[in-house]
Design a protein around this ligand. Structure first.
Ligand SMILES: [Ca+2]
Ligand SMILES: [Ca+2]
Length: 471
């Protein structure tokens, strides 16, 4: 008789089950069927994928860390976890600064998860941790943390210095410096919320505008590679919303970034893709007029590395000081192989003499392409301040009012783009094209732009702006 491996495991399990004392089984059984494991055997771990532990404020670190007898601190869990282990954190507030130094593997991540339906809070009371550390600090690789609220860190909310670490469903707020800092390579932050970070600059009192979400400055080699910052909501931070700085290969995708001291900053970075983000300023918001309130700001500060290969496509910007800008840093330089395509840039901050909708300083630019954008400026302010430079190529843009003659391309359109402008202006739907929009089918094909803001594939005659029109 041939017995398959899974049948053999099941047989052994059943033998254990029926011939074991029952108390032997109860402690580690997952009490909630929402957790799906390929093979979960609570006692014998014949096909071991890792242990499951629990932490609760009502627990005790002398306990075994089971559901019935949980640990008390996340710090204890951090000391005990091995590859493949899962730790569920129960509801409550934890006043501690756990450090995850153990590494998982690609197939056996270490998972630190909020218990389903519960939201554990890690609170630093503005007293911990020490400078340059995260209140939750991850130096191991392949660690996944999900569902936490992190607040009042004396420095960083969560810091990732290992590789392949992932954060998801995090709410990081009221931290003194960064909300989340990815330093190690292949870090991911998704579906998270960040607000009221850079409290050190509350009401613009210090000028220390620490980013809420920051990818950069790998402690190992200086450059943070391949961070993914995706589908996060980032608002009312006293520093920059998102910064990619001293990094390579960062993907900034699908974020809603609004009313930060500045919204998105890309500097000292190579091979960056910034796509499908919606970023805006609302008059009357707490940061409005404090700091510089830029939309996307490009430039270099450290020149390690000098920025190059930046792709900015399918974004929607509304009411920023400058919806897109590049500044000349102290060491000079220029925009190096930059594509700015199929964005919708609408109105900059009113009544600000520094405001420009699209503002690019002169520099030693190379292969800068500004294509298929919709640029709307409803008031009398400048619609562009772009250098007249053969390396800055403009084509197929729609302008609501004329740019300077040298900036106007032969296939450009000067017209009202006829945006929907119905419902909430601070929602992407407001920026959809209507049926008679002159932007429809008048973009040029750009290989880098296959889909639109909503991730919908564009048709064979692409439209200008961030959103493809479908009747
Ligand atoms: Ca690196
Ligand atoms: Ca079309």
């Amino acid at each position: 008789m041939i017995i398959s491996r899974s049948n053999l495991i099941l047989t052994i399990f059943l033998l254990f089950y029926f011939f074991s004392p029952r108390s032997f089984l109860l402690d580690d059984v997952i009490p909630n069927q929402e957790h799906q494991f390929d093979t979960y055997f609570p006692v014998v771990h014949l096909d071991k994928k890792g242990d499951v532990y629990y932490v609760s404020p009502q627990g005790n670190d002398a306990n075994p860390g089971s559901f019935v007898h949980p640990w008390k601190t996340i710090t204890k869990a951090a000391q005990e976890v091995s590859p493949g282990d899962t730790v569920y954190i129960r509801e409550g507030t934890y006043f501690e600064a756990p450090r995850f130094t153990s590494s998982g593997t690609e197939t056996n991540q270490i998972r630190i998860l909020a218990y389903p339906g519960e939201r554990p809070i890690v609170d630093g009371l503005n007293q911990i941790p020490q400078s340059w550390m995260g209140l939750i600090h991850v130096s191991g690789d392949w660690v996944r943390i999900s569902g936490f609220e992190v607040r009042n860190s004396r420095y960083v909310g969560i810091q990732l210095t290992g590789q392949h670490d992932t954060l998801e469903f995090i709410y990081s707020h009221h931290n003194q410096r960064y909300g989340i800092h990815i330093q190690g390579d292949y870090g991911t932050v998704e579906d998270s919320r960040l607000s009221k970070n850079a409290m050190v600059n509350e009401n613009n009192q210090t000028g220390i505008r620490s980013p809420a979400l920051y990818a950069g400055r790998d402690a190992n080699n200086g450059i943070t590679d391949y961070a993914i910052l995706r589908n996060n909501t980032i608002w009312e931070n006293w520093g920059t919303g998102i910064t990619s700085g001293q990094s390579n290969g960062t993907l900034i995708e699908g974020n809603i970034v609004h009313n930060n001291s500045g919204n998105i900053k890309i500097l000292d970075s190579t091979n960056i893709v910034c796509t499908r983000n919606f970023y805006y300023m609302t008059p009357g918001s707490i940061t409005y007029g404090l700091g510089s309130n830029y939309g996307i700001l490009l430039g270099d500060e450290k020149y390690t590395p000098p920025s190059a290969n930046i792709t900015i496509i399918n974004n929607i910007a509304y009411g920023n000081l400058k919806n897109l800008s590049w500044y000349l840093g102290v060491q000079g330089g220029g925009m190096n192989n930059v594509l700015i395509a199929n964005n919708t840039f609408m109105n900059n901050m009113p009544n600000d003499t520094n405001a420009r909708n699209v503002d690019i300083a002169s520099g030693s630019h190379w292969n800068v392409r500004i294509l298929n954008n919709i640029i709307v400026q409803d008031d009398s302010q400048h619609i562009e301040d772009i250098p007249i430079d053969p390396q800055v190529i403009l084509s197929h843009n729609l302008w609501s009012k004329p740019p300077r003659e040298e900036i106007l391309g032969t296939d450009d359109i000067i017209a009202d783009p006829q945006l929907a402008q119905t419902g909430d202006p601070f929602s992407p739907e407001w920026f959809r094209l209507t049926a008679s929009s002159p932007a429809i089918n008048h973009a040029m094909s750009v290989p880098e732009v296959l889909d639109d803001y909503f991730g919908v594939m564009r048709d064979s005659l692409p439209d200008m702006g961030a959103i493809e029109y479908f009747p």
